[in-house]
Design a protein around this ligand. Sequence first.
Ligand code: NAP
Length: 277
Amino acid sequence: MRIAITGAAGQLGRALCAALQPAHDIVPLDHAALELSDPASASRIAATGADVVIHSAAHTNVDGCAREPDRAYRINGLGTRYVALGCRRIGATLVYISTNEVFGGDAAQPYLEYDATAPVNPYGASKLVGEQAVRERLAAHYIVRVAWLFGGERNFVRTVLRLAGERSELAMVADEIGSPTAAPDAAAAIARLIDTGVYGTYHIVNAGHCSRFDLARAVLDAAGRHDVALRPIALADYPRPSRVPLYTPLRNLAAAELGITLRDWRAAVTEAVLALR
Ligand SMILES: NC(=O)c1ccc[n+]([C@@H]2O[C@H](COP(=O)([O-])OP(=O)(O)OC[C@H]3O[C@@H](n4cnc5c(N)ncnc54)[C@H](OP(=O)(O)O)[C@@H]3O)[C@@H](O)[C@H]2O)c1
């Protein structure tokens, strides 16, 4: 299949390119090749002649989205509309990468694919507009929600390792809970999902969930940095421009029904940290 990948130079985009080559003919679209806020991006997508478009590009800076909500809407909301329109012109299947942040964060148990969305910040709201744009325009779509990605250059795992090189004690938020997910694991699962033809909404995350504090602990343990002390703090002690949904673990029910499951997050974290040594 010919598969176009937006955000091809990003964390998940790179993992997708690696997972889908050489079995497929990949058309990588980095930011220089495609500007989502430009309505002409519909034509750019159509010009790829792709059978499948994986739309991974987004304005992913959550605090930046809070400072400039219109920009977030233009890129993540309208941009996804243009990508969907491009797909419709050429009859391509669209895989839209969405986020745990479409949920409100006040649940008592991990969110399922059909649970009600209620974003609490402009990033989540703009990504939800993207989901709606896809559902309204294309029957042939997968909406794939991922969460707390690591495995690339900029992510929480890398930040913990960098800070551990600079300080003897790290303060980590203990009341924000989510589903850490290795980008290569998510990419491999998406590669399997697009072969199924079972369109719909999916939660593709590593199994289990934890707090930022627990994740930092696992990173330091895997790196053998038992000398670095960890101090739990509350999200309220760490003011940010954007409101953070406290509890957004995702549960993979729909993909698991197709035999697509991901390993436990701890194993994925350990592997990612050891790979950086
Ligand atoms: N990272 C996470 O923890 C996380 C969690 C849940 C969901 N997601 C979703 O997963 C997807 C991939 O995330 P990621 O971690 O791979 O993000 P990333 O590393 O920030 O990659 C996003 C890519 O999108 C590109 N991009 C940004 N603005 C654009 C624009 N206006 N037009 C075209 N391209 C643009 C970026 O290019 P430049 O860098 O050159 O601007 C970057 O290469 C996103 O859809 C995100 O919403 C991520």
